[in-house]
Design a protein around this ligand. Structure first.
Ligand code: DX5
Ligand code: ZN
Length: 218
C-alpha cells in the first residue's frame, strides 16, 4: 500500500537539543527532514539560517527538505546546497524570474520545489509545472508553526493534481501547515504525496510513534 512521505519540521524541535531531535528523526519512519528558513522580510518571523542547517546536516541521515521563506532566494541557493539541502523550495511570490531560479536550483544538482501561499492560485504554475520536482502548497500562512489548517487546501490539491496529470509533469505535491492525523488521509486521497508536520509531531508525547502513525492511516 502506498503511504505519504513524512517530513517533520525541525522548526518545532527543541533548538537547545537539536542533535537529540535529529537523531530521533533518524530512528523514526520520517522520510525527509523539513528545514524552515525565515528571514523576517518575506515572512514576519525569523527562524535560523545556514550554520544551523549545516549543523542539522551533520547529524541527519535523511534528506534535508529546505523551505526558503526568504526574499531573493537566488542569492542563497548555492549556500543552502552546500549546507546540505537535497530539496530546495522557493516561494512563487518571492521569485519574479521563477523559471531562471528553477534552472539555477537544478544546476546545483538538487531537486527544485516551488511553494504557493494560500492566496496564490495553483494555475500560476501551468507554464512551469514540467520543470518542477515538487510543489509545496501552504495550508497555513507561512511564518509560524502551530497554526490552524486551511480547509480550502483540499480543493487546491485536487486542482494541482489535475494540472500535473494534464501536463505529464513528475512533480509531487507536498502540504505544509497544520497537518495532523485527521487531515493527513484526506490530503493523501486528494493527491498529496508528502506531508510536513511540525507541532503535531514534536508536541506529541511520543514523536516517533506519531510519525509512524501518520504513515499508517490508509
Ligand atoms: C510554516 C512552516 C511550516 C511549519 C509547520 O511557515 O513552513 O513548515 O513548521 O508547522 P506546523 O506543522 O506546526 O503547522
Ligand atoms: Zn515549511
Amino acid at each position: 500500500m502506498n503511504t505519504p512521505l513524512i517530513a517533520p519540521s525541525v522548526l518545532a524541535a527543541d533548538f537547545a537539543n537539536l542533535q537529540r531531535d535529529v537523531e530521533m528523526l533518524n530512528r523514526s519512519a520520517a522520510d525527509w527532514i523539513h528545514v524552515d528558513i525565515m528571514d523576517g522580510v518575506f515572512v514576519p518571523n525569523i527562524s535560523f539560517g545556514l550554520p544551523v542547517t549545516a549543523a542539522i546536516k551533520k547529524h541527519a541521515q535523511k534528506p534535508l527538505d529546505v523551505h526558503l521563506m526568504i526574499v531573493q532566494p537566488e542569492r542563497y541557493l548555492e549556500a543552502f546546497r552546500d549546507a546540505g539541502a537535497e530539496i530546495l523550495t522557493v516561494h512563487y511570490e518571492a521569485c519574479p524570474h521563477l523559471h531562471r531560479t528553477i534552472q539555477h536550483i537544478k544546476s546545483l544538482g538538487v531537486k527544485a520545489g516551488v511553494a504557493l501561499n494560500p492566496h496564490t492560485p495553483v494555475s500560476v504554475l501551468q507554464d512551469i509545472i514540467q520543470d518542477i520536482d515538487l510543489v509545496l502548497i501552504m495550508s497555513v500562512n507561512p511564518g509560524f508553526g502551530g497554526q490552524k489548517f486551511i480547509e480550502r487546501t483540499y480543493e487546491r490539491v485536487r486542482q494541482l493534481a489535475a494540472l500535473i496529470a494534464e501536463s505529464e509533469s513528475q512533480a509531487i505535491i507536498e502540504i505544509d501547515g497544520g497537518v495532523n492525523q485527521d487531515n493527513a488521509p484526506l490530503l493523501y486521497h486528494a493527491g498529496a504525496r508528502a506531508l510536513v508536520a511540525g507541532s503535531f509531531v514534536f508536541s506529541a508525547p511520543d514523536p516517533e510513534a506519531t510519525i509512524s502513525n501518520l504513515k499508517k492511516l490508509w
